[in-house]
Write a protein that binds this ligand. Structure first.
Ligand code: TTP
Ligand code: CA
Ligand code: CA
Length: 635
């Protein structure tokens, strides 16, 4: 459930930047003959010409939509150019798009805190840059930048087409503006400048929203597309929100939004204003009630995170219509491929960015024979992630079996899998200077965990279940893959931000402190590990994909190469819901694991995980302190 964050005292300037028809632009840069042409990128799938995953604005004019398949698009727009996504391991290979996204991020990150939100979008906190600009009067910027800023759409100012630019210019540069609006004007100029730079350096256009918080910036960034920006002055917030369907708000696309509609009759954000904070708290609890009350007024304290790399890695594949998987062997074949890719990506993230992923999650979409309309979802399953392709493959298959077991319940029925994806999340930075941990994880000469460090994984009881096979059809779809950073530019991005990150190490350490995750991680690679864990005890379940708006969006379209928002979705979900059973259960760790590690690693671990001052605190993970105290004394 969403929670209200404290609002900052000072006004902020936040931008949300989203690339226009991104995959199409990447393909148009690769093949300039496609520029200005109706073009769509289709996923790797020959069924009915493949599903469209990105559509150029020229093709949109003909009525071509992302929900179409190639054959249908050709009918609507015979001149359309269909470009197939690159393929690797029999599935879409999104590297070229990810690395193009990273090029853009590197430019956008030059003006302030930058959070990479998906393959083609970022949030920027431009407050400091805007304040600086306010101090220069007038700012020294080219005419081109002023011109671009003058093309902004400003919510709430009359949009008479004849003198639109005059009124925008008057709004942006008026002397009697209050401080907040002045900051926003500077924000609009900075974003115009960044967008021009992105175009000059990458040939890509993008659109942006500029507001005082992330929520509003995101809501308007797509309002005027392509290649435009939209500003939300404080005075325009109420009018803008009043008629906005609640489902459009981030975090209201799913169950909470449906409950607002069904239980309170709230259809638009304006309808929410009829409820007092107390009333909303009565229905949804103190935190969510307050959050709802605030968002109805355009108030959101959520901060822009300083993160240029993705929050999780995921890859997946849909199996629409006749391609549905109907038995364990075919699921295994595909899971092995997906896990191989995932493993490469997390290994490369480890090598280049010194980041470790802790959680492996499996999502699937399934239906039982003759029950394809059933709303029962295949539960997503997570477990601690073990590095090494073989281990990931093995664990993913067990997660699948466990999920299938829950999905089928006591029914002995045939099933269809229409989408599969695996994700690695809960990624954290290894503090600089901890090279011995890396060496240990990777082994002196190898790039992956040495196989002999692989502990046995106990059998999952659900393995014994007999599964029946039947031909069946279902045209269901689910987003599947997410971000990957394994290219040069990502590593450069990472280096650029290394200094900044180092400053934040102490903060990160606090996050590591109180969890046993790194120990768990090491325990899974340790040759001396008295392996006590039961794999199934480590599995966490989550309900099947919820219908958030982003999720819905993806589900409407049959997208195996979907890569954007599920990243967030996965990460968000596993962060919030999967931390329950294993993540903080310190008692389960065998102390021998740590004692047997090389001394320098023991020292590092003790450095990372300092005991809290108040060891009697009953907070999660507080037992780490008691666990470590004797070690610290003797070490
Ligand atoms: P979007 O930003 O949703 O869309 P877009 O950039 O193509 O178009 P717009 O100008 O409206 O923003 O997604 C970014 C890329 O992510 C998109 O180009 C292709 C990919 N994608 C999928 O593969 N499947 C999907 O279902 C979605 C939504 C996106
Ligand atoms: Ca986009
Ligand atoms: Ca996007």
């Amino acid at each position: 459930m969403p929670v209200a964050r404290p609002e900052p005292q000072e006004p902020r300037v936040i931008a949300h930047v989203d690339m226009d028809c991104f995959y199409v632009q990447v393909e148009q840069r690769r093949n300039p003959a496609l520029r200005g042409q109706p073009t769509a990128v289709v996923q790797y799938n020959d069924w009915k010409g493949g599903g469209l995953i990105a559509v150029s604005y020229e093709a949109r004019k003909f009525g071509v939509k992302r929900s179409m398949r190639g054959d249908e698009a050709k009918m609507v727009c015979p001149s359309i150019h269909l470009v197939q996504v690159p393929v690797a391991r029999d599935k879409a290979d999104l590297n070229v798009y990810r690395s193009a996204g990273s090029e853009v991020v590197a430019i956008l990150a030059t003006k302030g805190k930058c959070e990479r939100a998906s393959i083609d979008e970022v949030y920027l906190d431009l407050t400091d840059a805007a304040k600086e600009m306010l101090l220069e009067s007038p700012p020294e910027l080219s005419e081109l930048i002023f011109e671009e800023a003058t093309k902004s759409n400003i919510l709430g100012i009359p949009s008479d087409v004849n003198n639109r630019e005059d009124s925008v210019r008057a709004w942006l540069y008026r002397d009697d503006a209050d401080y907040q609006d002045k900051l926003l004007s500077c924000g609009a100029i900075i974003v115009a400048q960044l967008r021009i730079k992105v175009l000059e350096e990458t040939q890509f256009t993008c659109s942006a929203g500029i507001a005082h918080n992330k929520m509003l910036a995101k809501l308007v960034s797509g309002m005027h597309k392509p290649a435009q920006q939209t500003v939300v002055p404080s005075a325009a917030i109420q009018d803008f929100l009043v008629s906005l369907p609640v489902k459009k708000m981030k975090q209201l696309g799913g169950k909470l939004g449906s409950s607002l509609q069904d239980d309170l009759g709230v259809k638009t954000v304006g309808d929410l204003l009829n409820f007092t904070e107390e009333k909303l708290q009565e229905f949804y609890g103190v935190n969510t009630g307050t959050w709802l009350w605030k968002i109805a007024r355009g108030i959101s304290g959520e901060e822009v995170e300083d993160r240029l790399l993705p929050k999780s890695h995921g890859c997946g594949k849909t199996f629409p219509g006749p391609k549905a998987l109907k038995n364990n062997a075919s699921v295994k074949t595909w899971l092995d491929r997906l896990c191989e890719e995932l493993s490469e990506r997390i290994q490369s993230d480890l090598n280049q960015n010194k980041r470790i992923a802790q959680t492996l999650t499996l999502h699937a979409r399934a239906c039982k024979e003759n029950e394809c309309d059933s709303i029962k979802k295949f539960p997503s399953k997570s477990c601690p992630l073990r590095y090494g392709t073989g281990k990931i493959q093995e664990d993913a298959m067990k997660l699948f079996e466990s999920g299938l077991h829950d999905f089928l319940g006591s029914q002995n029925t045939k099933w269809n899998i229409t989408s599969l994806s695996v994700a690695a999340s809960k990624i954290f930075d290894i503090p600089s200077g901890t090279s011995s941990i890396l060496r240990y994880i990777k082994g002196p000469n190898s790039t992956v965990s040495p196989a002999n460090l692989d502990p046995p994984v106990p059998e999952d009881p659900s393995l014994g279940k007999k599964l029946h096979i039947t031909p069946n059809h279902q045209e269901h779809c689910e987003p599947s893959s997410s971000e990957k950073e394994e290219h040069e530019n990502n590593s450069n991005l990472s280096k650029q931000h290394q200094a900044k990150k180092e400053k934040r190490v102490s903060k990160k350490l606090t996050e590591v402190k109180g969890t046993c995750s790194i120990l768990k991680f090491l325990s899974q690679s340790s040759p001396v590990n008295n392996e006590k864990r039961k794999f199934d005890a480590l599995i966490c379940s989550h309900p099947g994909p919820e219908s958030s708006s982003e999720q819905n969006k993806a589900e409407e379209h049959d997208k195996s190469a979907w890569s954007v928002d599920e990243d967030k979705f996965n990460a968000g979900r596993s962060h919030s819901s999967s931390s329950s059973t294993w993540m903080f259960n310190v008692e389960e760790i065998d102390p021998a694991v740590v004692k047997e590690l090389p001394p320098e690693i023991q020292r590092e671990i003790h450095g990372w995980i300092r005991p809290p001052k108040n060891s009697s605190s009953k907070k999660r993970g507080s037992t780490i302190s008691s666990y470590f105290r004797p070690e610290r004394k003797s070490g």
